[in-house]
Design a protein around this ligand. Structure first.
Ligand code: C5P
Length: 328
């Protein structure tokens, strides 16, 4: 039973007990209250984990979710949590090997001399209801008219080069966060949070450089050297978070999670309600981007080349932990 449902049941049981005691046993209500442990009643009835009406994700008591969700693994790097264990560092180094021999600690120091090093989004409490839309790049968005629905969220997270212009009725106008890596980067307006997805140490060196002197011009290939983006709003996903998503959610079955899956996990960790758009094949079973031509030759690709991720997203939806909008 979900947290909110359980509270409703507790409330109904307590109310019925109070009515029964007061009317049938003719016990004054003040005595009934005294009989009950007041602090327990107050806790049960008044301490909401968040202010959303639908659900409060991190407080979910779904067993399947609790087995996987670890709220002690923070998604973003900060000055206070940047240490990496040797084993995670070694694994991370293998993802996309480069010749860089840079020192991790020095790279982090330099990063936080350019972007803020504070802890962000550790603000969950009973007065917060943060709703987030995670917008993937699937062609199933075309013709969906999801735009206003997407814009209705507090945070709208987009990824890589996905455009908004020209597709507003289906994908919305608003972007609060754009998650990208050097090779998929585009220029941003000053209101949007850049969230770097680092697959290698060089990616962190790149974001530091791209937001300052522009000295790094190549990673795996030629990349944007001077990025237009607000450096005070920039952040970096924690390599240990990427590892946790792979190990705990994907059972080490992929070498690393897809961008979309990581963004969904990021949202699960910093939002109270999450809606997911633009994931998976379109209604005809074709996998393409909403901003690209439909492949001329019809090719049925099924749900996703990364089927496990798709299964987990469906499971989250079926368990009423997220809302999944699959377009047409
Ligand atoms: O292709 P790209 O990596 O830029 O897309 C971003 C994310 O959108 C993917 O990682 C994937 O999770 C999601 N996507 C999808 N179905 C598509 C295209 C993209 O689920 N047809």
């Amino acid at each position: 039973m979900g947290y909110c449902k359980r509270k409703k049941v507790i409330f109904i049981v307590l109310l019925s007990a109070a009515i029964f005691t007061v009317t049938m046993l003719k016990v004054p209500y003040s005595h009934f209250k005294h009989l009950m442990n007041n602090s327990l009643v107050d806790n049960l009835l008044h301490e909401e984990p968040c202010a959303c009406a639908e659900r409060c994700l991190a407080a979910s008591d779904d067993d399947w979710f609790s087995e996987r969700f670890r709220d002690d693994v923070h998604p973003l790097l900060s000055l206070s949590n940047s240490e990496l264990s040797d084993s995670i560092f070694k694994w991370w180094q293998t993802l996309q090997s480069t010749r860089s021999k840079a020192n991790y600690t020095e790279v982090i120091q330099k990063l936080f001399s350019v972007i803020p090093g504070e802890d962000r989004y550790r603000d969950a409490d009973s007065s917060r209801c943060r709703t987030c839309a995670v917008v993937g790049n699937s062609g199933n968005l075309l013709g969906s008219f999801y735009g206003p629905l997407i814009d209705n969220h507090d945070f709208v997270m987009r990824m890589n080069k996905a455009p908004v212009e020209g597709f507003e009725k289906d994908v919305g106008y608003k972007t609060t966060h754009r998650i990208m890596y050097p090779e998929s980067a585009i220029h941003l307006d000053s209101d949007t949070h850049l969230v770097l997805l680092p697959f290698k140490l060089l990616d962190i060196q790149w974001v530091t450089s791209a937001l300052s002197d522009g000295s790094i011009k190549r990673t795996r290939f030629k990349v944007i050297d001077k990025l237009q983006a607000n450096k005070d709003k920039a952040m970096v996903l924690h390599p240990a978070f990427i590892y946790y998503v792979r190990a705990t959610w994907l059972h080490l079955r992929r070498s690393y999670p897809s961008t979309g899956f990581l963004v969904l996990m990021f949202a699960l960790h910093i939002c109270d309600e999450v809606s997911v758009f633009g994931f998976g094949a379109n209604g005809k079973g074709t996998w393409h981007h909403y901003f690209e031509e439909m492949p001329k030759k019809f090719k049925r690709t099924g749900q996703h080349p990364g089927g496990l991720e798709h299964q987990i997203i469906s499971e989250l939806h079926q368990r009423n932990l997220i809302d999944l909008y699959t377009g047409w």
